[in-house]
Write a protein that binds this ligand. Structure first.
Ligand SMILES: Nc1ncnc2c1ncn2[C@@H]1O[C@H](COP(=O)(O)OP(=O)(O)O)[C@@H](O)[C@H]1O
Ligand SMILES: [Mg+2]
Length: 258
């Protein structure tokens, strides 16, 4: 199962991504979580003990140079478009509680920008490796939108999940993303509501979403807020407020993607 999570900033994408990754890891699936948001915080949300010590892919300049045969950032020099990447997840991505983490970093973006450079060639090869082979489960925690996804990466994703909160702006973002996703060839786009405070909020979100289907809701929880303040990692929440919402979401995903 390869899922990409997007949505407006602050709606709960990273919380949802980390919860999904840990849920599947607990069951013994091979899971890789990809932090594709330049504002990286998936490591902390997954409970990694020393998030600041993790080197993002885009800062692995020597490795990228070695694998692509080019100097990072060098314009006009020759480099290979299919560098060796199959050892990267095991050898360069740290693991915690059964979840391997790949942090991309903010220095550059894949595709969308039209960047033709060793870094993006390396990242494209790596994403293809993660999405089309290897692990059972890959979860991509993205920034808002899908513009930074290449067609290749987009087509490796089984579904795009847009996190929304009960508010018009995040819902507008979801509808805009729905349109862009179709252009990229992503067939399935679902919404997950976050921070809902009862049926009224859920109904508001469901009706405002239009043709983006709402497949689950994660209720507002003071425990989730408090967990975020401690930077504790969402693992403990899977035995608390995230237990039922994630169980329902999982059942729904598995029903739809079967
Ligand atoms: N269901 C929820 N109830 C309460 N707070 C939440 C919930 N989901 C996320 N949060 C909090 O909202 C903030 C933003 O969440 P985060 O997952 O980092 O969003 P994003 O990745 O979309 O920017 C965090 O402080 C997080 O703890
Ligand atoms: Mg985030």
């Amino acid at each position: 199962m390869k899922l990409a999570i997007t949505g407006k900033g602050g709606v709960g994408k990273t919380t949802l991504s980390a919860a999904l990754a840990q849920l599947y890891a607990r069951d013994g699936s091979r899971v890789i979580a990809v932090d594709a948001d330049p504002d990286t915080n998936l490591a902390a949300t997954l409970g990694f003990p020393d998030p600041d010590s993790i080197t993002p892919v885009f800062e692995m300049g020597d490795l990228i140079a070695e694998r692509t045969g080019a100097k990072p950032g060098a314009m006009g020099s020759y480099f290979t478009l299919n560098p060796k990447v199959d050892d990267i997840p095991d050898d360069f991505c740290p693991e915690h509680d059964g979840v391997r983490l790949l942090t991309i970093g903010g220095a550059a973006r894949e595709g969308g920008s039209g960047c033709f450079c060793p870094e993006s060639a390396f990242l494209r090869a790596l994403m293809a490796h993660l999405l089309f082979g290897r692990d059972d489960v890959a979860i991509l925690d993205m920034e808002a939108g899908v513009e930074h996804l290449t067609r290749g990466t987009a087509q490796g994703v089984d579904a795009l999940i847009v996190a929304v909160e009960p508010g018009r702006r995040s819902i507008e973002t979801a509808r805009r993303i729905r349109g862009l996703a179709g252009d990229l060839g992503i067939g399935r786009v679902w919404a997950v509501a976050s921070k809902t405070r009862g049926d009224e909020d859920r109904e508001f979100v469901a009706s405002e979403l239009g043709d983006v289907e709402l497949i689950a809701s994660i209720p507002y929880s003071a425990e989730i807020v408090e967990n975020g303040m401690r930077n504790a990692g969402v693992g403990e929440l899977l035995d608390g407020p995230l237990r039922e919402p994630m169980r329902d979401l999982r059942a729904r995903l598995e029903g739809e993607l079967r």
